[in-house]
Design a protein around this ligand. Structure first.
Ligand code: 16G
Ligand code: ZN
Length: 532
């Protein structure tokens, strides 16, 4: 049973900053690190409660603020199979974080116990990891205090990428079952990826070196470790790998910088013929890019990866002769209009659009046998249903081509991190496709041409008055605003624009795309003016 007096005593060492309102949002709790001590302590408590609720299964806790500035940090929970925390528990997290006093905290814990019908006397087990942020160790200590006071089994997974933590959580909970996902260690993770990658590319000629911008974050040491496993097949050159100098994390580098600025990180010296990609600060996003003959920067973002991945898998399934496998792609409103047209008209694959945030994409992708989901920002993965996996594993194949395609599909199910988008796994996935097709980044890029697009942040008095519908593509509130947007967009050729409140920052985001750069910028400017 839970010793509430002890909880209060330890909680007193992790006081809530008065007046601050916390929300468990799309990416868990995220803000200036100095405000997070009480929050991480309480998330530790919630992790233990969640484990008790789920028959003592291991729950994951990740301490990271992804692509945010170094002084930020964040914390989120991972459910037993590596998914995001079940949505109904986000509310419990928010209530716990906002309990003003230690007594209130105990009341909220007791409410959660009653509300969810969990048995407080059950054992609990929690695995946790952090990225390279300097504020990480102290926040880990706060989680550990919580686990100690609740008597939870605590597993410190150390400095890891977010996707590694998702991976290990699933491994721990499936060990010894028919759904075993892999060895619950970092070595197991790299071995699983490395073996699958080798299977896919062993016979293929090598490509030129790939420059990997690691955002001066946890991706840097991890890509180096990966290199030890796959170095025979792929030449990885890590840049922006300084995880020790203060202030460097995500600063003028990384996937978010490259995607939003639409340029290479300064200092990379991207020249024609180079192949490059950028990870974000916790290595769950990746974008590719190159310079064309004129030295012009060309981005291959999450939409381009989705197109490449879908076309490769469609071909494999067709060649393998495995019928009855429904392939679909899931995007958000930020997907470039050209990418949606390419998927729909050229690949002829069904496309669904869902609200921003991994949990929405992930759930929608689960509706297909093979669900490819990517956000334009580079976060994404591919999910294989158990029907798909069984079909692939039991397929025999009559011709050598069929056998190869079946083996490749089977390898893909191991190469792709199916718990969450994973920059390292996605990078190997993309590389394996490019090696199989023997194509350059430029040739990949030729599948379709992106419409010029612009993303603008608008600071408003209260972003909560903005309410959206239709996968965030339309505003329902403030009343009348959507009609005005429609009227402005109407005259633009291939014009599209939408407005949504950010889930991670106190701003409203305006997206616009149109046939020309000038039209697109003008459109973005006009719509931003409406919102302001
Ligand atoms: C979070 C989401 C990411 C989304 C971004 C949008 C997860 C794990 N992460 O980082 O998928 O693209 O928020 O941010 O769900 P915004 O709401 O500020 O535009
Ligand atoms: Zn991230």
């Amino acid at each position: 049973p839970i010793d509430y007096n002890k909880v209060k005593l330890v909680s007193a060492k992790h006081p809530k900053p008065p007046g601050v309102k916390f929300t468990y949002g799309t990416a868990g709790f995220r803000m200036k690190a100095e405000l997070l001590d009480s929050v991480t302590f309480r998330v530790g408590i919630l992790a233990s409660l969640r484990s008790k609720k789920l028959d003592s299964k291991t729950i994951g806790v990740m301490i990271t603020a992804s692509h945010n500035p170094e002084e930020d940090n964040g914390v989120k929970l991972v459910d037993p199979y590596g998914e995001m925390l079940e949505q109904s528990w986000e509310e419990h997290a928010t209530k716990l974080a906002n309990a003003e006093s230690d007594d209130d905290l105990v009341n909220v814990i007791q409410d959660i116990i009653v509300n969810t019908g969990l048995d407080g006397s059950k054992d609990s087990s929690v695995v946790y990891a952090r990225d390279t942020r300097p504020s990480g160790p102290a926040l880990v200590a706060a989680v550990e205090d919580a686990l100690k006071v609740l008597g939870a089994k605590a597993l410190d997974f150390g400095v890891k990428t977010t996707p590694e933590l998702h991976y290990v959580t699933r491994c721990l909970n499936t060990a010894g079952t028919k759904d075993a996902y892999g060895e619950p260690t970092e070595e197991g993770y790299f071995k699983k990826l490395g073996d699958a990658f080798r299977e896919l590319v062993e016979q293929k000629p090598h490509l030129s070196a790939l420059t990997v911008d690691a955002a001066n974050g946890v991706g840097a040491p991890k890509v180096r470790q990966l290199s030890e496993v796959v170095g025979k097949f792929i030449d990885l050159r890590v840049v922006n790998d300084d995880i020790y100098t203060k202030g460097k994390l995500n600063f003028q580098c990384g996937a978010d910088f490259v995607k939003t600025q639409q340029r290479a990180p300064p200092g990379m010296n991207l020249v024609s013929g180079m192949r490059a990609c950028s990870l974000d600060g916790d290595a769950d996003r990746i974008v590719y890019y190159y310079a064309d003959e004129d030295g012009k920067f060309r981005l291959l973002d999450g939409d381009k990866i989705a197109g490449l991945a879908a076309s490769f898998i469609i071909d494999l399934v067709r060649t393998a002769g495995i019928g009855d496998i429904k392939i679909g792609v899931v995007q958000t409103a930020y997907a470039n209009g050209s990418s949606t047209a390419y998927l729909t008209n050229v690949l002829k694959v069904p496309v669904s659009c869902v609200p921003t945030g991994v949990k929405h994409l992930h759930h929608e992708a689960e509706k297909y046998d093979v669900g490819v989901y990517f956000e334009a920002n580079g976060h994404g993965t591919v999910l294989f249903s158990s029907h798909a996996i069984n079909s692939i594993r039991s397929a025999k194949g009559g011709t050598p081509e069929q056998v190869t395609a079946i083996n490749q599909l089977s390898a893909l199910t191991n190469l792709i991190n199916q718990t969450v988008g994973d920059a390292i796994s996605d990078m190997l996935f993309v590389e394996s496709i490019l090696m199989n097709k023997q194509i350059t980044l430029r040739q990949w890029d030729e599948a379709y041409t992106d419409l010029p697009n612009r993303l603008v942040k608008v600071v408003v008095a209260d972003r909560h008055i903005f309410k959206t519908t239709d996968a965030e593509r339309k505003l329902v509130e403030p009343k009348g605003l959507q009609d005005k947007i429609n009227a402005i967009v109407a005259p633009y050729t291939e014009g599209r624009s939408f407005v949504r409140p950010s889930g991670t920052e106190d701003v409203v985001r305006v997206y616009a795309e149109a046939a020309t750069r000038q039209d697109c910028d003008e459109l973005a400017f006009k719509i931003a003016g409406l919102v302001f």
